[in-house]
Design a protein around this ligand. Structure first.
Ligand code: 5GP
Length: 126
């Protein structure tokens, strides 16, 4: 059972379709654990989405249900992708939106990587 208010995993969500190769994405990295691609509506000069290859709706679902190797592999890949994008020195931000209050649009757990310019203070606007 998924640990989330989001309900069970929906195999028709857009990221599931990207993972299956049914719709295109501008891919930046793929390995055993993750697929990373550019966001279709970038909010910064670098805006990359990193998704696990498994069927998880949220961080709670991923953290509690995925094998430990998949959790470690995911976060190591997020860090490696940021380094490959040359964001380590200037800095970057990672965000994951979970559920309705965060405005999560796609119910497949994912991390946003933002960078390429000063990002300002993180504020939780309405
Ligand atoms: P969320 O609000 O769920 O954290 O973020 C979902 C993100 O997915 C949004 O930033 C949105 O622009 C992006 N997105 C939605 N549909 C697509 C798509 O078909 N392709 C790509 N590359 N990004 C998408």
């Amino acid at each position: 059972m998924p640990v989330s208010g989001l309900g069970p995993y929906d195999d028709s969500n857009i990221f599931a379709r990207i993972l299956r190769g049914e719709i295109p994405a501008s891919r930046v990295h793929e390995d055993e654990w993750v697929l990373a691609f550019h966001d279709i509506a970038p909010q910064a000069p670098v805006h990359v989405l990193v998704i696990p290859k498994g069927r998880y709706v949220s961080l709670a679902d991923f953290a509690s249900q995925a094998p430990a190797a998949a959790v470690a592999g995911f976060w190591r890949s997020v860090a490696q992708i940021a380094q490959t994008l040359e964001l380590e020195a200037p800095g970057y931000r990672i965000i994951t939106n979970i559920g309705a209050d965060a405005g999560q649009e796609v119910p497949h757990f994912h991390v946003h990587i933002f960078g390429g310019r000063p990002l300002g203070r993180l504020v939780a606007r309405e």
